[in-house]
Design a protein around this ligand. Structure first.
Ligand SMILES: [Zn+2]
Length: 440
């Protein structure tokens, strides 16, 4: 579909019917990305106060849990409020929800940890999230209406699959199923994308990377209409970024978010991860819950009044970057996302190992031997890992020994390692791939 038709005859009218005034918000977001630190700090204080006061009055959960805290007058009052863990959210969801949920959209999220949560998001909060996201896509040279090649899950039920197709048409996108990445499908997808001529690719790192590697092996040419690639939801390793950028010959922009609050940070053209601080307040805390440079990410959503999330602990780890970004935007910058709590590998001696250090072993081996197509590391017991591998033609049995030795060195000599050779790797319900997965 033509970009103009898609934007003005489909995207804007449909979102307007849903009560999402995206076009109305866009100018504010364009401006706020250059706000001074005084403006940002006044904004933050006001928005935090608004959501705290609102939640205290309208949510049974917060009125009880904030009862002992004095009214919010400053950031330090805010920082004395209790944190909200994922378990708190699941347990108290009905008390957290306010009456605004009646007019809000349902969001089911968190399936990847095995504990799905059903929360609500108001049309206003959704519109603001989308306005901020489109602003971030503009950093990649992408606008509303641009054709998208989407690497995502495909709903299993017929009703939901039809709904997904309808939404894809409205949003001008062509969907590639992350569930089906067999060679025959990859061949078909490349052909279909070539015919569809998308302006950009969007979706799960693993799915985009798999197609990229397939096209590289086949010696195919990149598709010229593609101006940028936006990856999301999974850790973007250096190797994946390098391959994707080299083959498609465009920049890769990583997006960081979560189902509960949506989009949190986006990379600009300088590869720095800017926080959408006009929609949410991001804190990084240490083990004692004190503000820190590196630690766990905690978010507060300014605008979602249906299921307010205040000081919500995401279970992801990151650090702040102090350097101003050369792009000139003043939105705060995250130095990097260091992995997710639920993907950490634990040892019986109590150590926690970040997934990246194990992924690195495989990437090193892959650069040297190109012996496998995909891999997944699953911690099945405290002292046992299962390595799932899709072999390539260059596979040699010695690789097993090399993996064994390297993993034992990084994790622990006592860890038991089993190998399973597969044709396909299991994905989460959403279609998301967890390269390192803990079943503990
Ligand atoms: Zn920047």
């Amino acid at each position: 579909m033509n970009k103009f038709i898609s934007k003005f005859f489909f995207y804007y009218p449909v979102t307007l019917i849903n009560g999402e005034f995206i076009a109305f918000y866009k100018p504010f977001y364009e401006k706020f990305q250059h706000a001074s630190s005084a403006e940002q700090s006044a904004y933050k204080q006001q928005k935090l106060k608004n959501i705290v006061d609102f939640s205290k009055k309208n949510s049974a959960f917060y009125s009880q849990s904030f009862a002992k805290n004095s009214d919010m007058k400053s950031i330090s009052d805010f920082e004395s409020l209790p944190f909200l863990s994922k378990q708190d959210l699941i347990k108290n969801i009905n008390l957290i929800n306010t009456s605004k949920r009646r007019f809000a959209k349902v969001k089911t999220t968190g399936g990847s940890t095995g504990e799905p949560v059903k929360l609500f998001k108001t049309a206003d909060a959704l519109a603001r999230e989308r306005a901020a996201t489109w602003r971030a896509y503009s950093w990649a040279g992408i606008g509303i209406g641009d054709k998208q090649g989407r690497f995502w899950g495909v709903p299993h039920s017929r009703k939901n699959s039809f709904k997904a197709k309808l939404i894809d048409t409205i949003a001008n996108r062509f969907r590639i199923s992350a569930f089906n990445l067999s060679e025959a499908s990859l061949e078909l997808y490349y052909g279909k994308l070539k015919a569809y001529q998308p302006g950009y690719l969007y979706g799960y790192v693993s799915a985009i990377h798999t197609l990229t590697k397939y096209c590289m092996d086949k010696g195919y040419a990149p598709i010229e209409s593609i101006k940028a690639i936006i990856t999301t939801s999974e850790v973007l390793s250096d190797k994946a970024r390098k391959d994707i950028k080299a083959f498609w010959d465009v920049n890769v922009f990583n997006e960081y978010g979560c189902g509960e609050v949506g989009s949190i940070a986006h990379e600009c053209e300088f590869g720095r991860l800017h926080v959408m601080s006009d929609n949410l307040h991001v804190e990084i805390i240490d083990k004692d819950g004190k503000s820190a440079k590196t630690g766990e990410i905690v978010v507060t959503d300014y605008y979602n009044r249906a299921t307010p999330l205040i000081r919500y602990k995401l279970g992801d780890f990151a650090s702040w970057s102090d350097e101003p970004c050369p792009c000139g935007r003043t939105l705060p910058v995250l130095g990097g996302i260091h992995g997710r709590a639920y993907d950490l590998i634990k040892t019986s001696s109590g150590r926690e190992i970040h997934p990246e250090s194990v992924i690195y072993i495989f990437e090193e081996l892959q650069t040297k031997y190109a012996a496998f197509k995909q891999f997944q590391i699953v911690q099945v017991e405290i002292d046992r890992l299962e390595i799932r591998i899709i072999k390539s033609e260059a596979w040699k049995d010695e690789i097993e020994v090399l993996i064994n030795t390297a993993i034992k060195r990084v994790i622990d000599e006592s860890i038991r390692i089993g190998f399973i050779y597969c044709i396909e790797l299991g994905r989460e319900k959403s279609g998301k791939m967890r390269v390192v997965k803990s079943m503990l």
